[in-house]
Design a protein around this ligand. Structure first.
Ligand code: 3HC
Length: 677
């Protein structure tokens, strides 16, 4: 062992059983020194004649949770992982993995080279590499089909979801369940029972199961995997295991792993793994800032947003008081919540009694004074500054001291809203995305006077209800909607110059977005923000709204829709566009797909650069998180700011200048340095 090696692996002995212990907090990742420690201590245990069996276990909260992702892309250090695993598998004494917490990725691959596996019932085992744009690159795709069969191996590798230990036992992945508090001792006892049987190298076991599952998985997940390379590479490796000898299968796996590892998709997905965790950190705020207690939540407004927001808390067992002005609206809102839960229950997501328990902690009321005992109050009424200020002034007199007063506004000035109260330190924005019970993003808007503990509490409660929370500063549209604006403006300009809604949407969908700008307008409602005067027609959008083309809800918008909401291009819309073009004297020309990218996506990067310069986002990766979780930006492109680096900031600046955009100084700087964000 080299001198600087941390002592992350140790060796103990319990009679005739050697116990190799990994201790590499926080998640026992397979950093170079762990690999080195494993190699050395296994060699020592094998060389010791008094040792008849070996147990591998971990200290801390978990078994090995995978390769050390932070080492990826760096110069290799320490022994090769596959070589270490091969030496464990070829051990001449039986080796038992003792699993608690999560055995993930390289962690499960380590457990798979052990000859036997015992686990506590609360443990989870899986190969989530696909979620990082990768595949299990240390034999996982070749050993799993030999242990759990082709069906389970194909499913586990391509979907990446972990399996609970009791199920893993049924699948043959775990040989025995241990006591929750006696894993170390139970594993040693189990190892002793295997001394007579001897080693059972996984590579020598036969692959079993039906390879037909591979095509079935591809068909079932075609939509979900659109644009992704990794799920298909995982399946190709499992398929290879069914026809190639072990070592050839391993070589194929290595080749596929290397392709993914050095490709842009995995780089993007790894970036998002860390970006998501980084987003939770608030600059300038100590990690141990004391949080406020949030035991009860109030929601003002029982419309789509208010109802969806409430559902998040009810699902976590946090009581919600929901306020409306009219009984009818209140009943309708509560009815929608129940209907949504019952629909989920019908799909098996909840038990009927869980639905009743959630509805049982929802208190509907017409009296805003009932919010007096709430620790967090979220206002979710329509976007009007005067209305919001009136509500916050009322809350100021009703809410208990220390209650957090949040607005779900999607673009209004949170600082101005805060002036309606005598406690601006308690005021912030909590911007949920529709449907609020489904979408993962939460923008937490930090006002000028928002108290640090109020901000930290809002971020923590966001995490508790399963959201990815990102801090945004006060500006029109915060991070997400502010960047959406230039995209929408330019999409409309392109229509005037000769592009069609379907061409622009297709470019965005081919890029990997779930839908394009016009499909999004039709879904959200073309009439949103419309002045409601059918005689005042100043834009293509006004013309559509005046003709009742409000989008999917009226069966027509930028597209025509059938009863099943299938879109077809609209002759009427084409005429409206043509009419506007002629009146504006714009010449119609052929627009290339590349120009659509340059004029709709590059300006988003530009706006992102301005947001960063103004300090409205803490870091570029936060912007990426917003776009991945709030708008469906393809995760394999890492978010707009990461993508700018892939695309080349110099190329982006040149194109923006060519099209006459004012380029943000920060973006120019990056282009000159030929760097990303
Ligand atoms: N490598 C490096 N750091 C890791 C890591 C890993 N594999 N997994 C987690 N971390 C870090 C996180 O970045 C975080 O760091 P921070 O505190 O500085 O932000 C810290 O460990 C704690 O992680 P979480 O906040 O995610 O803790 P949780 O308790 O919520 O979750 C977990 C724990 C379930 C293990 C989760 O971290 C996880 O899913 N990790 C990734 C697991 C994974 O993908 N493994 C496969 C890796 S690829 C591989 O093994 C390739 C192989 O086939 C060759």
């Amino acid at each position: 062992m080299s001198e600087e090696t941390p002592n992350s692996v140790t060796l103990e002995k319990d009679g005739n059983v050697a116990v190799v212990i990994v201790n590499n907090p926080p998640v026992n990742a397979l950093s170079w020194h762990v690999r080195e420690g494993l190699a050395n201590h296994f060699a020592a245990a094998l060389a010791d004649d008094s040792v008849e069996a070996i147990v591998l276990r971990c200290d801390g909260s978990t078994f090995i949770a995978g390769a050390d992702i932070s080492e990826f892309g760096k110069a290799p250090r320490g022994p090769d992982f596959n070589a270490v695993l091969n030496s464990i598998e070829q051990a001449t004494k039986p080796v038992v993995a003792a699993i608690h917490g999560t055995a993930l990725g390289g962690g499960l691959e380590t457990a798979l080279v052990c000859h036997y596996r015992v686990a506590v019932p609360s443990a989870k085992l899986g190969v989530p590499e696909v979620k990082l744009g990768l595949l299990p690159g240390a034999g996982g795709t070749q050993r799993l089909p030999r242990v759990v069969g082709v069906e389970a191996a194909a499913t586990m590798t391509s979907l990446g979801d972990p399996v609970p230990a009791p199920k893993a036992k049924d699948m043959g992945l775990v040989d025995a369940l241990a006591g929750e508090d006696s894993l170390a001792a139970d594993a040693i006892a189990f190892a002793r029972t295997k001394i007579a049987d001897g080693p059972r190298p996984t590579r020598e076991r036969a692959v079993f199961g039906d390879v037909a599952i591979i095509e079935q998985l591809k068909t079932a997940n075609a939509k979900r995997w659109r644009g992704f390379d990794a799920p298909y590479a995982n399946l190709a490796c499992v398929e290879a295991a069914t026809r190639l000898p072990f070592d050839e299968g391993l070589a194929f796996e290595r080749q596929e792993f290397t392709k993914l590892m050095f490709g842009s998709q995995s780089a993007a997905q790894r970036h998002i793994f860390f970006a998501e965790r980084q987003a939770a950190k608030i600059d300038g705020l100590p990690k141990d800032t004391a949080l406020r207690d949030v035991k009860k939540v109030g929601v003002i407004g029982a419309g789509t947003m208010g109802g969806g927001i409430s559902m998040n808390f009810l699902q976590k067992g946090i009581p919600v008081t929901i306020v409306e002005m009219q009984q009818e609206a209140l009943d309708r809102g509560v009815g929608v919540i129940r209907k949504n839960y019952e629909a989920s229950a019908a799909k098996g997501r909840f038990k009927p009694e869980q639905v009743e328990a959630m509805m049982g902690i929802l208190t509907p009321t017409l009296n805003i004074e009932d919010l007096a005992d709430c620790d967090l109050i979220i206002e979710a009424v329509y976007e009007n500054m005067d209305v919001k200020k009136e509500i916050f002034a009322k809350l100021d007199s009703i809410a208990k001291p220390g209650a957090i007063l949040a607005s779900n506004t999607s673009y209004l000035d949170v600082d101005e809203i805060a002036t309606a109260t005598s406690r601006p330190g308690d005021v912030l924005g909590m911007h949920f995305f529709s449907p609020a019970n489904v979408m993962k993003l939460l923008e937490v808007v930090r006002g000028e006077k928002t108290a640090p503990d109020a901000l930290a509490t809002a971020m923590a409660i966001g995490k508790k209800i399963g959201k990815v929370a990102v801090v945004a500063g006060v500006c029109d549209g915060f991070i997400g909607n502010r960047m959406l604006k230039p995209r929408q403006v330019e999409a409309m300009n392109l229509l005037m110059e000769g592009a069609t809604p379907q061409q622009i949407d297709k470019v965005h969908v081919d890029f990997g977005m779930p839908m394009g700008p016009f499909q999004m307008s039709d879904l959200a409602g073309v009439d949103i923000g419309w002045h409601r005067d059918p005689t005042r027609i100043e834009s293509i959008r006004d013309a559509l709204a005046a003709k009742g083309r409000w989008g999917q809800k009226t069966g027509k918008g930028f597209y025509d829709y059938d009863e099943k909401r299938n879109p077809t291009p609209s002759a009427e819309v084409a005429e409206i566009i043509e009419d506007f073009r002629q009146h504006s004297n714009k010449a119609k020309r052929e627009i290339s797909d590349q120009e659509i990218i340059e004029r709709t996506l590059y300006p988003m990067v530009n706006e992102g650069a301005l947001i960063l310069t103004e300090g409205k986002a803490q870091r570029a990766s936060d912007i990426d998180v917003v776009w991945i979780y709030g708008y469906g930006w393809p995760v394999y492109r890492g978010g707009p700011m990461f993508w700018a680096g892939l695309e080349g900031t110099d190329k982006i600046v040149a194109a923006l200048e060519k099209h006459g955009f004012a380029v943000a100084p920060l973006l120019k700087e990056k282009a000159e340095a030929k760097s990303g964000f």
